[in-house]
Unconditional design. Sequence first.
Length: 94
Amino acid sequence: MLLNHNRDIGWFARDRLVILRLKQNIEFYEGDPKVAEITRMKSPTPLELELERDTIALYQVADDLYVNRRYRIDGESTNRAASGPGASESAKDR
């Protein structure tokens, strides 16, 4: 489950939550919110570090799709920047 609040981005999976905050501040939580409050972790395990990398990768892909106007639900891409007048050759080749 993806979460967004103000400028914080979070991903909750496998009873773990990683939150990416501004200035590379990252927080880790564990627990099942349906059973009890989740608790902040003092030091992440390899499982949380993998979730952190996945969260960063997901955000980077989403940002790239949004910035380059390539995100779409259905139909053709609206990548106007790559096909409009003055577009660079490398952008047209994408």
